[in-house]
Ligand binder design. Structure first.
Ligand SMILES: NC(=O)c1ccc[n+]([C@@H]2O[C@H](COP(=O)([O-])OP(=O)(O)OC[C@H]3O[C@@H](n4cnc5c(N)ncnc54)[C@H](OP(=O)(O)O)[C@@H]3O)[C@@H](O)[C@H]2O)c1
Length: 245
Protein backbone atom coordinates (compact mmCIF):
# COMPACT_ATOMS: atom_id res chain seq x y z
CA UNK A 1 0.00 0.00 0.00
CA UNK A 2 1.07 3.57 -0.68
CA UNK A 3 1.66 5.46 2.62
CA UNK A 4 1.16 8.79 0.86
CA UNK A 5 -2.45 7.91 0.06
CA UNK A 6 -5.42 7.68 2.42
CA UNK A 7 -6.58 4.26 3.63
CA UNK A 8 -10.09 2.94 4.18
CA UNK A 9 -11.15 -0.28 5.90
CA UNK A 10 -14.52 -1.62 4.71
CA UNK A 11 -16.47 -4.48 6.35
CA UNK A 12 -18.60 -6.90 4.34
CA UNK A 13 -16.67 -6.21 1.12
CA UNK A 14 -17.46 -9.46 -0.66
CA UNK A 15 -20.73 -8.45 -2.27
CA UNK A 16 -23.49 -5.84 -2.47
CA UNK A 17 -22.68 -2.33 -1.44
CA UNK A 18 -19.40 -3.46 0.14
CA UNK A 19 -17.80 -4.49 -3.11
CA UNK A 20 -19.11 -1.31 -4.80
CA UNK A 21 -17.47 0.76 -2.04
CA UNK A 22 -14.17 -1.05 -2.61
CA UNK A 23 -14.38 -0.23 -6.32
CA UNK A 24 -15.35 3.41 -5.64
CA UNK A 25 -12.56 4.14 -3.16
CA UNK A 26 -9.98 2.33 -5.28
CA UNK A 27 -11.03 4.44 -8.27
CA UNK A 28 -10.13 7.55 -6.24
CA UNK A 29 -6.65 6.16 -5.56
CA UNK A 30 -7.22 5.07 -1.95
CA UNK A 31 -5.57 2.12 -0.27
CA UNK A 32 -8.45 -0.24 0.51
CA UNK A 33 -8.45 -2.83 3.28
CA UNK A 34 -11.33 -4.89 1.92
CA UNK A 35 -12.55 -7.23 4.64
CA UNK A 36 -15.01 -10.10 4.40
CA UNK A 37 -15.82 -13.08 6.60
CA UNK A 38 -15.15 -15.48 3.72
CA UNK A 39 -13.11 -13.56 1.17
CA UNK A 40 -12.40 -16.68 -0.89
CA UNK A 41 -16.14 -16.80 -1.73
CA UNK A 42 -16.06 -13.47 -3.59
CA UNK A 43 -14.87 -13.67 -7.17
CA UNK A 44 -15.71 -9.97 -7.64
CA UNK A 45 -13.40 -8.94 -4.82
CA UNK A 46 -10.58 -11.20 -6.01
CA UNK A 47 -10.84 -9.72 -9.49
CA UNK A 48 -10.72 -6.15 -8.15
CA UNK A 49 -7.68 -6.93 -5.99
CA UNK A 50 -5.88 -8.61 -8.91
CA UNK A 51 -6.31 -5.44 -10.98
CA UNK A 52 -5.31 -3.02 -8.19
CA UNK A 53 -2.39 -3.66 -5.80
CA UNK A 54 -3.74 -0.96 -3.43
CA UNK A 55 -6.66 -3.27 -2.56
CA UNK A 56 -5.68 -5.68 0.21
CA UNK A 57 -8.13 -8.40 1.17
CA UNK A 58 -8.38 -9.35 4.84
CA UNK A 59 -10.61 -11.77 6.73
CA UNK A 60 -12.99 -10.26 9.27
CA UNK A 61 -16.17 -11.64 10.80
CA UNK A 62 -17.88 -8.76 12.61
CA UNK A 63 -19.63 -11.17 14.98
CA UNK A 64 -16.31 -12.46 16.32
CA UNK A 65 -14.22 -10.44 18.77
CA UNK A 66 -11.35 -12.90 18.19
CA UNK A 67 -11.51 -12.14 14.48
CA UNK A 68 -11.43 -8.38 15.21
CA UNK A 69 -8.46 -8.80 17.54
CA UNK A 70 -6.55 -10.93 15.03
CA UNK A 71 -7.04 -8.25 12.38
CA UNK A 72 -6.06 -5.47 14.80
CA UNK A 73 -2.83 -7.34 15.64
CA UNK A 74 -2.06 -7.63 11.93
CA UNK A 75 -2.81 -3.94 11.34
CA UNK A 76 -0.91 -2.59 14.36
CA UNK A 77 0.63 0.77 13.37
CA UNK A 78 -1.36 0.95 10.12
CA UNK A 79 -3.20 4.29 9.87
CA UNK A 80 -6.87 4.04 8.83
CA UNK A 81 -8.35 7.31 7.57
CA UNK A 82 -11.89 5.96 7.26
CA UNK A 83 -13.31 2.94 9.07
CA UNK A 84 -16.44 2.03 7.13
CA UNK A 85 -18.88 -0.29 8.93
CA UNK A 86 -20.93 -1.67 6.06
CA UNK A 87 -21.57 -5.35 6.95
CA UNK A 88 -25.02 -6.24 8.26
CA UNK A 89 -27.79 -8.82 8.13
CA UNK A 90 -31.45 -8.28 7.29
CA UNK A 91 -32.33 -11.60 8.89
CA UNK A 92 -32.23 -15.24 7.87
CA UNK A 93 -31.75 -15.37 4.10
CA UNK A 94 -33.38 -18.81 3.94
CA UNK A 95 -36.53 -17.78 5.81
CA UNK A 96 -38.85 -16.63 3.07
CA UNK A 97 -41.11 -13.84 4.29
CA UNK A 98 -38.81 -13.20 7.27
CA UNK A 99 -41.19 -15.02 9.60
CA UNK A 100 -38.48 -15.65 12.19
CA UNK A 101 -38.57 -11.92 13.03
CA UNK A 102 -42.34 -11.49 13.06
CA UNK A 103 -44.89 -11.75 15.83
CA UNK A 104 -45.92 -15.36 16.37
CA UNK A 105 -42.57 -16.86 15.41
CA UNK A 106 -40.02 -14.58 17.09
CA UNK A 107 -36.77 -16.52 17.13
CA UNK A 108 -34.25 -15.85 19.87
CA UNK A 109 -31.17 -17.16 18.04
CA UNK A 110 -31.90 -14.96 15.03
CA UNK A 111 -32.38 -11.94 17.28
CA UNK A 112 -28.94 -12.48 18.81
CA UNK A 113 -27.38 -12.97 15.39
CA UNK A 114 -28.86 -9.77 13.91
CA UNK A 115 -27.98 -7.64 16.95
CA UNK A 116 -24.47 -9.06 17.09
CA UNK A 117 -23.83 -8.35 13.39
CA UNK A 118 -25.56 -5.00 13.10
CA UNK A 119 -25.04 -3.39 16.50
CA UNK A 120 -22.30 -4.93 18.65
CA UNK A 121 -20.09 -5.75 15.64
CA UNK A 122 -19.62 -2.20 14.31
CA UNK A 123 -19.36 -0.72 17.80
CA UNK A 124 -16.76 -3.24 19.02
CA UNK A 125 -14.79 -3.01 15.76
CA UNK A 126 -14.64 0.77 16.15
CA UNK A 127 -13.29 0.35 19.67
CA UNK A 128 -10.80 -2.30 18.53
CA UNK A 129 -9.38 -0.20 15.68
CA UNK A 130 -9.53 3.22 17.35
CA UNK A 131 -5.74 3.57 17.51
CA UNK A 132 -5.49 2.95 13.76
CA UNK A 133 -8.11 5.65 13.15
CA UNK A 134 -6.28 8.04 15.48
CA UNK A 135 -3.12 7.42 13.45
CA UNK A 136 -4.95 8.39 10.23
CA UNK A 137 -5.18 11.92 8.89
CA UNK A 138 -8.95 12.04 8.24
CA UNK A 139 -10.07 10.22 11.41
CA UNK A 140 -13.59 9.19 10.36
CA UNK A 141 -15.73 6.27 11.48
CA UNK A 142 -18.87 5.55 9.46
CA UNK A 143 -21.75 3.17 10.08
CA UNK A 144 -24.47 2.43 7.56
CA UNK A 145 -27.89 2.90 9.03
CA UNK A 146 -31.29 2.64 7.35
CA UNK A 147 -34.60 4.47 7.21
CA UNK A 148 -35.99 1.20 8.63
CA UNK A 149 -34.37 2.20 11.94
CA UNK A 150 -36.26 5.49 12.08
CA UNK A 151 -39.11 5.64 14.62
CA UNK A 152 -40.59 8.56 12.68
CA UNK A 153 -40.57 6.85 9.29
CA UNK A 154 -41.11 3.22 10.25
CA UNK A 155 -42.81 3.32 13.65
CA UNK A 156 -45.89 1.70 12.05
CA UNK A 157 -44.03 -1.13 10.32
CA UNK A 158 -43.43 -4.62 11.74
CA UNK A 159 -42.07 -6.75 8.89
CA UNK A 160 -38.47 -6.82 10.12
CA UNK A 161 -38.59 -6.46 13.91
CA UNK A 162 -34.91 -7.34 14.44
CA UNK A 163 -33.45 -5.39 11.54
CA UNK A 164 -35.56 -2.31 12.41
CA UNK A 165 -34.53 -2.60 16.07
CA UNK A 166 -30.89 -3.17 15.13
CA UNK A 167 -30.60 0.00 13.07
CA UNK A 168 -32.36 2.07 15.77
CA UNK A 169 -29.89 0.65 18.33
CA UNK A 170 -26.96 1.26 15.99
CA UNK A 171 -28.02 4.89 15.72
CA UNK A 172 -27.92 5.31 19.49
CA UNK A 173 -24.66 3.39 19.84
CA UNK A 174 -22.90 5.50 17.24
CA UNK A 175 -24.34 8.67 18.67
CA UNK A 176 -22.73 7.74 22.00
CA UNK A 177 -19.49 6.75 20.24
CA UNK A 178 -19.46 10.11 18.48
CA UNK A 179 -19.73 11.82 21.86
CA UNK A 180 -16.81 9.83 23.28
CA UNK A 181 -14.48 10.20 20.30
CA UNK A 182 -15.10 13.84 19.41
CA UNK A 183 -12.53 15.14 21.87
CA UNK A 184 -9.96 12.76 20.34
CA UNK A 185 -10.47 14.33 16.90
CA UNK A 186 -12.51 11.48 15.41
CA UNK A 187 -15.69 12.22 13.46
CA UNK A 188 -18.35 9.51 13.75
CA UNK A 189 -21.19 9.54 11.22
CA UNK A 190 -24.33 7.56 10.43
CA UNK A 191 -25.10 7.40 6.72
CA UNK A 192 -27.88 5.60 4.85
CA UNK A 193 -27.26 4.30 1.33
CA UNK A 194 -30.83 4.70 -0.01
CA UNK A 195 -32.69 1.75 -1.57
CA UNK A 196 -29.91 -0.18 -3.29
CA UNK A 197 -30.29 -3.16 -5.62
CA UNK A 198 -28.37 -5.78 -3.61
CA UNK A 199 -29.13 -9.25 -2.25
CA UNK A 200 -30.45 -7.59 0.92
CA UNK A 201 -33.04 -5.57 -0.96
CA UNK A 202 -34.14 -8.67 -2.90
CA UNK A 203 -34.41 -10.55 0.41
CA UNK A 204 -36.67 -7.82 1.79
CA UNK A 205 -39.21 -8.40 -0.98
CA UNK A 206 -39.00 -4.75 -2.14
CA UNK A 207 -39.67 -4.51 -5.87
CA UNK A 208 -39.66 -0.73 -6.42
CA UNK A 209 -37.02 1.62 -7.77
CA UNK A 210 -33.52 1.33 -6.42
CA UNK A 211 -30.08 2.79 -6.91
CA UNK A 212 -27.34 0.64 -8.35
CA UNK A 213 -24.65 -0.25 -5.79
CA UNK A 214 -22.20 1.84 -7.84
CA UNK A 215 -24.44 4.95 -7.69
CA UNK A 216 -24.98 4.58 -3.96
CA UNK A 217 -21.25 4.02 -3.33
CA UNK A 218 -20.41 7.15 -5.33
CA UNK A 219 -22.90 9.18 -3.28
CA UNK A 220 -21.54 7.78 -0.02
CA UNK A 221 -17.98 8.60 -1.12
CA UNK A 222 -19.03 12.24 -1.63
CA UNK A 223 -20.76 12.42 1.77
CA UNK A 224 -17.77 10.94 3.60
CA UNK A 225 -15.41 13.25 1.73
CA UNK A 226 -17.45 16.31 2.74
CA UNK A 227 -17.70 15.26 6.39
CA UNK A 228 -16.01 17.63 8.86
CA UNK A 229 -15.49 17.68 12.61
CA UNK A 230 -18.35 20.22 12.80
CA UNK A 231 -20.86 17.69 11.43
CA UNK A 232 -23.93 17.70 13.71
CA UNK A 233 -23.99 13.89 13.80
CA UNK A 234 -27.52 13.35 12.48
CA UNK A 235 -28.20 10.32 10.26
CA UNK A 236 -27.97 11.41 6.61
CA UNK A 237 -29.31 9.63 3.55
CA UNK A 238 -27.20 9.27 0.41
CA UNK A 239 -29.17 12.10 -1.21
CA UNK A 240 -27.99 14.45 1.56
CA UNK A 241 -31.34 14.59 3.38
CA UNK A 242 -31.33 14.15 7.15
CA UNK A 243 -33.19 11.02 8.28
CA UNK A 244 -35.44 11.67 11.27
CA UNK A 245 -34.53 9.49 14.30
N1 LIG B 1 -29.55 -2.47 0.15
C1 LIG B 1 -30.30 -1.52 0.69
O1 LIG B 1 -31.30 -1.05 0.10
C2 LIG B 1 -29.91 -0.94 2.03
C3 LIG B 1 -30.74 0.07 2.57
C4 LIG B 1 -30.40 0.65 3.80
C5 LIG B 1 -29.26 0.23 4.46
N2 LIG B 1 -28.48 -0.77 3.92
C6 LIG B 1 -27.27 -1.15 4.66
O2 LIG B 1 -26.16 -1.17 3.77
C7 LIG B 1 -25.21 -2.16 4.21
C8 LIG B 1 -24.87 -3.10 3.07
O3 LIG B 1 -26.04 -3.78 2.70
P1 LIG B 1 -26.19 -4.60 1.32
O4 LIG B 1 -27.46 -4.18 0.72
O5 LIG B 1 -24.93 -4.57 0.56
O6 LIG B 1 -26.42 -6.08 1.95
P2 LIG B 1 -26.04 -7.53 1.38
O7 LIG B 1 -26.12 -7.53 -0.08
O8 LIG B 1 -26.90 -8.48 2.14
O9 LIG B 1 -24.53 -7.69 1.87
C9 LIG B 1 -24.25 -7.74 3.24
C10 LIG B 1 -22.77 -7.86 3.44
O10 LIG B 1 -22.52 -7.94 4.85
C11 LIG B 1 -21.67 -9.05 5.06
N3 LIG B 1 -21.80 -9.64 6.39
C12 LIG B 1 -22.90 -10.09 6.99
N4 LIG B 1 -22.59 -10.61 8.19
C13 LIG B 1 -21.25 -10.45 8.33
C14 LIG B 1 -20.33 -10.80 9.34
N5 LIG B 1 -20.70 -11.42 10.46
N6 LIG B 1 -19.02 -10.47 9.17
C15 LIG B 1 -18.60 -9.84 8.04
N7 LIG B 1 -19.44 -9.54 7.03
C16 LIG B 1 -20.74 -9.84 7.18
C17 LIG B 1 -22.05 -10.04 3.98
O11 LIG B 1 -21.03 -11.01 3.84
P3 LIG B 1 -21.34 -12.54 3.32
O12 LIG B 1 -21.21 -12.49 1.83
O13 LIG B 1 -20.26 -13.33 3.99
O14 LIG B 1 -22.71 -12.90 3.78
C18 LIG B 1 -22.20 -9.12 2.79
O15 LIG B 1 -20.93 -8.80 2.24
C19 LIG B 1 -25.85 -2.82 5.43
O16 LIG B 1 -25.39 -2.20 6.60
C20 LIG B 1 -27.32 -2.54 5.24
O17 LIG B 1 -28.04 -2.59 6.47
C21 LIG B 1 -28.78 -1.35 2.73
Amino acid sequence: MDAARPTILITGSGRGLGVALVREYASHGWNVLATARQPAESAALAELARANPKIVIETLDVTSVASMQALAAKLRGQPIDVLFNNAALLGDRHDEGNRRQQLGQLDEALFMQVMRSNVFGPLKLSETLVDNVLAGRQRKIIALTSGLGSLTLMGQMSRFYYYQMSKAALNMGFRALRHDLKSRGITVALLAPGMVATDMLAESGYRGEALTPAASAAGLYRLVDALTADDPGLPVNVDGKVLPW
